[in-house]
Design a protein around this ligand. Structure first.
Ligand SMILES: [Zn+2]
Ligand SMILES: [Zn+2]
Length: 124
């Protein structure tokens, strides 16, 4: 993991637009991360910490506890973390199966292809 220590908020905002996925490590030294998606630009608090809002959480998280995540791509339709595909009903997809290490997955709209794939997301 490479944490974003001492990253100025302006640089963070240039590199990582709103909606960028990260792994969030709430407890320093513990490699158990949680996938989060930013929901605001980063800003500096009165105490000089650079924080950003993430979806589903109240308040900001410190960017020094975030590690950039490689974007995962659906091996069937090619949608990814930043560009979900939308079905006829207008709802965006989510991951049914995702391998964060390889950066590949199967999204909910392609889930019917799941049983035609092996565990590596390749056609059988
Ligand atoms: Zn898909
Ligand atoms: Zn999709």
């Amino acid at each position: 993991m490479s944490l974003l220590r001492d990253m100025p908020e302006r640089r963070f905002n240039l590199l990582y637009p709103i909606g960028t996925p990260f792994t969030y490590y709430p407890n320093p030294g513990i490699p158990d991360g949680e996938i989060v998606v930013t929901d605001s630009e980063a800003w500096k608090t009165a105490k000089g910490k650079v924080v950003v809002k993430v979806r589903g959480r109240i308040g900001g998280v410190t960017v020094s506890k975030l590690s950039p995540l490689d974007v995962a791509t659906c091996t069937v339709c090619g949608c990814d973390d930043l560009r979900a595909c939308i079905d006829e009903a207008g709802s965006p997809c989510y991951w049914v199966q995702v391998n964060r290490l390889k950066g590949t997955g199967i999204c909910s709209h392609c889930a019917e292809h799941l049983n035609q794939m092996n565990t590596f997301g390749e056609p059988k």
